[in-house]
Ligand binder design. Structure first.
Ligand code: ADP
Length: 259
């Protein structure tokens, strides 16, 4: 039985094809058309596996662009999909900390990956991947380089909470001759503190998995673990948690629209 989960995020679109214990995936930029990105990711995934749409029992869409996908059988919220997928990536996880492109969320999960409670910041770019992208651009770096640039440095205090003000603060710190690595470490700490505060308001996690694209940033992971007082575990497929959860839910509760 083949099922597909597609997570159309603000920055990347992730698609997972699940077949028994095996799964494969595609990640591509969402760009300016979530609908097209979702369609292309789906077709690429089917093409790689040599399958047609009809070979797939159920396709579930999630992420902010899920409503724009005409070919899915069902749309499910990101919270439900992330919880399910993250639980699959880390057995026994009871807290999911997800930092994506335009939001961050913390989800408390039960022993089956169901949602007990959650908190979300989708009102402000601070504490999200976008914040890191803005700062990386101001420093002439790529987000994928940030962790290495900051490694082993003492974080500088970043006092601005707002992305726009933090960008100005970073530019003025650079002008004062502050070390780039220390500035980046300060930015990592500021993202981690914001999200950890949200987690603390929600409750306590014993086994924490860190998901979303920002989980690829080892600097944020380190500060997050420090702030939470527990290791925030990153799986190699952490960015795929939402799409994987959607594919798992498609297998567990399949629905099929007329095709
Ligand atoms: P969305 O689902 O909202 O599209 P993602 O979960 O895909 O977002 O996360 C996107 C964010 O992940 C980017 O804004 C960036 O900060 C971060 N990111 C993506 N790739 C990397 C990488 N290789 N190294 C560090 N950070 C990354």
């Amino acid at each position: 039985m083949f099922t597909v989960g597609i997570d159309v995020g603000s920055i990347t679109t992730k698609a997972v094809l699940l077949n028994g214990r095996d799964w494969r995936h595609v990640v591509r930029p969402t760009g300016c058309s979530p609908r097209q990105a979702g369609r292309e990711a789906f077709e690429e995934l089917l093409g790689q596996a040599g399958l047609a749409h009809n070979d797939v029992s159920c396709v579930i869409g999630t992420g902010y662009g899920r409503i724009s996908l005409p070919f899915i059988d069902k749309a499910v919220t990101e919270i439900t999909c992330h919880a399910r997928g993250a639980h699959h990536l880390l057995e026994g996880a009871d807290m999911v900390v997800d930092i994506g492109g335009q939001d961050s969320k913390v989800i408390l999960t039960d022993s089956r990956g169901g949602v007990i409670n959650f908190a979300m910041n989708d009102k402000c770019a601070a504490g999200t991947g976008r914040f890191l992208e803005v700062i990386a651009a101001a420093l002439g770096a790529d987000v994928s380089e940030l962790a290495d640039l900051a490694r082993g440095t003492e974080p500088v205090q970043i006092s601005s909470m707002c992305t726009v003000f933090a960008e100005s603060e970073v530019i003025s710190l650079l002008a004062q001759g502050m070390d780039k690595g220390r500035i980046i470490a300060g930015i990592h700490r500021s993202v981690a503190c914001r999200v950890a505060a949200m987690a603390e308001r929600l409750g306590k996690g014993d086994r924490i998995i860190f998901t979303g694209g920002v989980a690829k940033n080892d600097g944020v992971r380190e500060f997050l673990s420090r702030e939470l007082g527990r290791e925030a575990v990153v799986a190699p497929e952490s960015q795929l948690a939402g799409a994987l959860g959607a594919a798992l839910l498609a297998r567990e509760k399949p629905v099929r629209k007329e095709r």
